[in-house]
Design a protein around this ligand. Structure first.
Ligand SMILES: Cc1cc2nc3c(=O)[nH]c(=O)nc-3n(C[C@H](O)[C@H](O)[C@H](O)COP(=O)(O)OP(=O)(O)OC[C@H]3O[C@@H](n4cnc5c(N)ncnc54)[C@H](O)[C@@H]3O)c2cc1C
Length: 299
């Protein structure tokens, strides 16, 4: 029971505050990121409870306009009142430009975070996927994960940003060069997860790489007998136990809702909810022909 509650996603709302901060230090991270640490007394009560939090970063574009962009609190030190954000220096965006030219003492405003979605770190398997702007959230999450947890990380990023991750968890990293490759790697990771975990059954079709050798799906009694007359009964047959099956495998962010920008985490369904179920097939005389097909034996 306690284990179940520990694996529940928790949402926490925070009072929205605007905090004035100034740049304390700047350091490069890989080729296309600047890690900028902001300092300010206004950060005294700053809270960031989850890797998925985001703040509104507000600054003057030099022409008197206030620009607002979303960023992940990468690190916060409550004692020194220092908040670090890692800025991707891509394209010619206003925030990228601001970060590229930032100097110690430059001022900005940090709004929020307004809320945190706390995904327990001890779910068995995490799938984190995104482009390079998700790297700060991914790095933060991986640093938080305990040793017994597995994580598959798929990142669409340039060579210069492919820095190693720090984590106690067992992390499998895939750096990719295109959105298609990113989707394929995620689909493959789900297949591998389903294959490696007894009782886990993928709900979506296997990925292209796994399809040729994918075990034939057992026909579900419910589907096979869809046209069966209601109320018919016979001896029971048993469907597969699925106590560790992901409860929303087809959704990228299951079951926790939204994760980091473009990143996803997949948690197992709490134990007990997928207990063995019994289905009652119709007597042969009442069954349509399709229902005579027996499910293949377990592979
Ligand atoms: C919840 C959340 C958290 C985020 N956390 C971070 C974070 O920690 N660090 C971070 O760097 N970003 C983060 N982002 C993404 C960041 O908000 C955007 O990249 C932002 O739009 C950049 O603002 P900009 O003014 O530089 O560019 P914009 O004015 O928004 O865009 C201008 C140009 O910049 C380029 N550009 C913008 N976004 C991208 C991109 N993703 N990839 C390649 N080129 C791009 C394009 O050339 C675009 O035309 C986060 C986004 C969200 C939603």
């Amino acid at each position: 029971m306690e284990q179940q509650s520990r694996k529940t996603v928790q949402r926490v709302r925070h009072e929205l505050r605007m905090r004035e901060v100034s740049v304390a230090s700047i350091a490069p991270v890989g080729e296309h990121f600047a890690s900028i640490t902001f300092q300010g007394e206004a950060l005294a009560d700053f809270v960031s409870l989850s890797f998925d939090d985001h703040v509104k970063f507000m600054f003057d574009d030099g022409a008197g306009n206030q620009v607002r962009r979303d960023y992940t609190p990468r690190r916060f030190n409550a004692q020194s009142r220092e908040l670090t954000i890692e800025f991707a220096l891509h394209g010619d965006g206003a925030a990228s430009d601001w970060a590229r030219h930032a100097q110690p003492g430059d001022r900005a405003i940090i709004g929020g975070p307004r809320g945190s979605m706390i995904i327990p770190p001890d779910v068995d398997w995490h799938l984190l996927a995104g482009d390079s702007t998700a790297l700060p959230a991914m790095r933060r999450r991986l640093e938080e994960l305990p040793a017994q947890v597995r994580a598959t990380v798929v990142v669409l990023a340039g060579e210069g940003d492919r820095l190693p991750f720090t984590s106690a968890a067992q992390v499998d990293v895939h750096w990719v060069d295109s959105e298609d490759a990113c989707s394929n790697a995620c689909a493959h990771a789900r297949c591998q997860r389903a294959k490696a975990s007894p009782g886990v059954q993928a709900k979506r079709p296997p990925c292209a790489a796994c399809a040729p050798c994918w075990p034939k799906k057992r026909a579900s009694p419910r589907k096979r007998c869809a046209s069966r007359p209601t109320g018919s009964r016979a001896s029971p047959i048993t469907t597969r136990t699925s106590s560790k099956r992901c409860s929303r495998r087809s959704a990228p962010l299951s079951p926790c809702g939204r994760a980091a920008p473009g990143a996803s985490a997949c948690a197992p369904r709490p134990s007990g909810s997928g207990a063995r179920r019994l289905r009652l097939p119709a007597p042969a005389s009442a069954r349509p022909a399709a229902c005579d097909a027996r499910p293949p034996p377990p592979s």
